[in-house]
Design a protein around this ligand. Structure first.
Ligand SMILES: [Zn+2]
Length: 173
């Protein structure tokens, strides 16, 4: 378009066009081309502005993605560390249990496992101040008397929940 306008201007300046009508047409075309060029330049400016704002948005979103990714990485790291801790604790507790279970007579262990299954995972409970810590019931005085009279290696059980009772110095006997 610029070339065409320049060519028209050249023809106009050269004096080759002499007819007033042709001159007028040429002048009109030059004016119209200048106006279209102006319009197109406005469009180009607008497109450039929009591209700039889109680039800013892209940069902003890229930054946010990076920040979220950092948080994901941190959380994943913490989760993995927690998994490792849990695994180590499980291994250690499992080993401890094996050692303890190895020292318990087979029939008592069998009873304990059966009770544990029946009683929501707790097969034995501490007797604390005459109260079974498994079912939280205070034992009747007759049961306390029986437990008091029982030999230390006798397996005593809660009359209420049937769990194995573990006697200690806090048992209130
Ligand atoms: Zn009980």
């Amino acid at each position: 378009m610029r070339q065409r306008a320049a060519r028209d201007q050249q023809r106009l300046d050269s004096g080759a066009v002499t007819s007033p009508k042709d001159l007028e047409n040429l002048q009109r075309e030059i004016t119209s081309l200048a106006k279209r060029q102006g319009d197109l330049e406005d469009v180009v400016l607008e497109v450039m502005e929009r591209r700039e704002s889109a680039q800013e948005r892209v940069a902003e979103l890229t930054e946010r993605v990076a920040s979220v990714q950092t948080r994901i990485d941190e959380a994943t790291g913490r989760r993995d560390a927690a998994f490792e801790e849990i695994d180590a604790e499980t291994a250690s507790v499992t080993k401890e249990r094996e050692v303890v279970a190895g020292s318990v007579p087979a029939d008592l262990l069998k009873l304990y496992d059966k009770l544990r299954e029946q009683q929501g995972g707790i097969g034995a409970a501490k007797l604390y101040q005459r109260t079974c810590q498994g079912c939280r019931q205070e034992l009747a005085i007759t049961d306390i008397n029986e437990i008091r009279a029982a030999a230390p290696d006798t397996v005593v059980r809660c009359e209420n929940c049937r769990r194995i009772l573990v006697r200690t110095s806090d048992s209130g006997l």
